[in-house]
Design a protein. Structure first.
Length: 439
């Protein structure tokens, strides 16, 4: 492969961005490009960016600085920036950083081959339009072989939570057709994948004609009973009884729900425009646990949202304790231009935000430890992912409730299912020994 046709790509941010990178690679492969893993073999360097929080952008900006430096000694390379940061800065990005040759927003990836050609002729390639219809339905993502595949079932978001930049960087919500999703599921099964994660900013508002997300996930699960099906992210408002029952009804739909609550204070939830109250949310958790008692539950929490008081913070801690999540992703509030919250005063000091974050992390760690220890003595089924990072003689894999399990290697290979008896646990990992199933 000639260097000018070689692509080096780095991806930052969420799983949606990882899935988008596979779409980008597919489009470029069809135009005669190939991916390389080493920067020094590449003629085109692409960075798929994230804009969700200031620190995510800072990481990308730091990395772009490295590529700028590299370009000084390799002036022929083309540097392209993709994804959410492109929609935040648009043309300013290319005007202020002259080493960038191409910018392409999340709905403009079909133009990449043409943008690269124009950059080679010395013209800057700029494509930043958001679309109401682009779903890349006909593009088969170029995936690395493995156990787990992502399928983006929808794009964009219409919720406009007041802190969130996603509706501005990814545009309006669009669902892909059910038939193209099912086709892709059949495809990944043929390629040997054992697990699929259905992705969207708000998967449970999926709709294709009369089919909603519960219909879709049921159909995906029915394609092959041996395929594990995961999904993320769900909005509490759209978590219907029908969806909970569908998850319970199929053994291969993983009993794991990521259900971001963001705050435990009704006042802050209203300011965030989350459209539910703590009482509604706790009811939902009760409903999930009554139908799926073993469900693994995780959440997202933002700490230090404008006007958040010590009492609001305490209510968030109360909620963590009431729910007893298996895990939580915790973030310090980061003001984002264009959002509604941008015009609210960011009045919680940096030190206080950090203090609250640390407290939440510590409390959640204790809850996760307690939840994990309660599994000691139980036998749980694990999809073997491969050799554990900690030790060559151990395997690791996940339960369908999304818990990481480490156990001594026992002749099986990645992709096998193993029944493991849990013997000890810390807040992040379960440890055990494989037992042989009794037939
Ligand atoms: N500041 C901090 N966290 C944010 N998130 C989204 N926007 C912001 C922001 N401006 C968090 C939310 C969301 C997760 C993906 O990122 O918790 O669920
Ligand atoms: Fe952002 Fe809210 Fe949409 Fe999630 S649901 S992407 S937090 S606007």
């Amino acid at each position: 492969m000639h260097r000018s046709r070689s692509i080096y790509i780095e991806t930052y941010g969420c799983q949606m961005n990882m899935a988008d990178t596979e779409v980008v690679l597919s489009i470029l492969r069809d135009a005669g490009f190939a991916r390389v893993n080493e920067l020094n073999q590449a003629g085109v360097v692409l960075v798929n960016t994230c804009a969700i929080r200031e620190n995510a952008e800072q990481r990308v900006i730091g990395r772009l600085g490295d590529f700028h430096h590299y370009k000084k000694t390799n002036p022929e390379i083309i540097i392209g920036v993709l994804g959410c940061m492109v929609e935040r800065y648009r043309k300013d990005l290319i005007d202020s950083q002259e080493f960038i040759d191409i910018i392409a927003g999340p709905d403009e990836y079909r133009k990449l081959p043409a943008l690269i050609e124009s950059a080679r002729r010395g013209e800057k390639g700029i494509a930043t339009r958001l679309s109401r219809s682009e779903k890349y339905d006909d593009i088969v993502p170029l995936r690395k072989a493995g156990l787990s595949a992502w399928i983006a079932i929808m794009r964009g978001c219409n919720n406009f939570c007041t802190y969130c930049v996603v509706p501005f960087t990814r545009g309006r919500e669009r669902s892909r057709s059910r038939s193209s999703i099912i086709g892709e599921v059949e495809d990944i099964i043929c390629q040997g994948f054992k697990e699929v994660t259905l992705l969207g900013q708000n998967v449970n508002s999926y709709r294709d004609g009369s089919n909603d997300f519960s219909d879709l996930i049921g159909m995906v699960a029915d394609v092959d009973k041996n395929l594990r099906v995961r999904f993320m992210t769900s909005h509490p408002r759209d978590m219907s009884d029908k969806l909970i029952e569908t998850i319970a009804s199929r053994s291969n739909i993983c009993k794991y729900i990521h259900l971001p609550v963001q705050s435990g204070s009704d006042r802050i939830l209203a300011l965030m425009k989350r459209s539910y109250t703590v009482e509604y949310y706790l009811d939902l958790i009760r409903k999930i646990r009554s139908v799926i008692p073993e469900a693994g539950l995780s959440t997202d929490i933002i700490t230090g949202f404008p006007t958040e008081t010590k009492d609001d913070h305490k209510q968030t801690i109360d909620l963590l304790q009431k729910v007893g999540y298996d895990g939580a992703y915790t973030f310090i509030y980061s003001p984002r231009e264009k959002t509604k919250a941008w015009s609210m005063t960011d009045d919680v000091s940096h030190e206080e935000k950090n203090r609250r974050l640390e407290e939440i992390i510590n409390i959640q760690r204790g809850i996760s430890l307690h939840r994990n220890r309660s599994m000691i003595g139980q036998v749980t089924q694990v999809l073997v992912e491969g050799i554990s990072k900690r030790s060559n003689s151990d395997f690791c894999g996940r339960t369908d409730t999304n818990k990481m399990v480490v156990f001594p290697r026992n002749g099986n290979i990645a992709g096998d299912y193993a029944d493991v008896r849990i013997e000890r646990a810390n807040s992040a990992t379960l440890f055990g020994t494989q037992i042989h199933a009794v037939c």
